[in-house]
Design a protein around this ligand. Structure first.
Ligand SMILES: [Zn+2]
Length: 253
């Protein structure tokens, strides 16, 4: 059974957020420390990394995850791609390019952000090597079959994935009918719920819970969380079957 490891459960700022102070006790709960959003799915024969936050090296070493067979980039906002350079050490160790699956327009962004990853250098100079690929349907990684679909994050398309009866939808403000079709019969839905108040480019708490109930997911794990949420008190008031993600959380899918 594949295992999902939550590398980061935080919104784009992370929590605690730079330049802010927090009420006494808030930061005593380790679950209120949220790195930027990503998961790694540990499969029977390899791992799929979904997004590369700025803290990627810290997240992967914290979880003792040593290998990445392939990467899927949901979209190219900074909180999802600015850790891609950290993959360099795996490219160096294994002397291979890392397959990176994403939309063509996001492949262009990655080439622009990391031009050196696609240039030739003299021997002894090591750079990350990304093998950019369109997302096949289905995608096979690590002995897992991954189906994908597109959701809307304001004006930006974002790739959502499904593995068995688990779906991961980070950064979403609208789920189009074609994506909805792929979300029937879910056991576990992990979905964006950035904050309490409505947000133009994200689901807020109430909307995320509504969507999850419409889909009939048995278990809902809310992610991409801002500092609005104090983990313990918030979770105590959530409906049955709805939880907040936290960094380091693991579950089977
Ligand atoms: Zn994000």
């Amino acid at each position: 059974m594949p295992t999902v490891v939550v590398l980061g459960s935080g919104t784009s700022n992370g929590v605690p957020m730079l330049g802010h102070t927090y009420p006494d006790g808030y930061l005593d709960d380790p679950r209120n420390h949220r790195m930027r959003a990503a998961i790694c799915v540990l499969g029977p024969s390899g791992n799929l990394l979904v997004d590369c936050p700025p803290e990627l090296r810290l997240q992967m070493t914290r979880e003792n995850i040593l290998d990445v067979e392939a990467v899927l980039i949901t979209h190219t906002h900074a909180d999802h791609v600015m850790g891609m350079d950290d993959l360099r050490s795996i490219c160096m160790r294994d002397n291979r390019d890392i397959p990176v699956y994403t939309l063509p327009r996001y492949q262009a962004d990655i080439r622009r952000i990391y031009p050196y990853a696609f240039q030739e250098f003299s021997p002894g100079i090591f750079v990350p090597r990304f093998d950019l690929r369109d997302v096949p349907e289905p995608l096979e990684v690590g002995g897992m079959t991954i189906t994908s679909f597109l959701v809307e994050h304001g004006p930006f398309p974002v790739i959502g994935i499904r593995i068995n009866d688990f779906a991961y939808i980070t950064d979403v403000s609208f789920i189009p009918p074609a994506a909805w079709e792929k979300l029937h019969g879910l056991e576990t839905l992990m979905i964006d719920a950035v904050r309490y108040r409505p947000h133009p480019n994200h689901f807020h708490l109430e909307r995320a819970v509504e969507v999850s109930q419409e889909l009939g997911a048995r278990r809902t794990i809310l992610t991409h969380l801002s500092h609005d949420y104090d983990h313990g008190p918030t979770e105590a008031n959530l409906p049955d079957g709805v939880e907040l993600a936290y960094d380091g959380m693991r579950f089977g899918v």
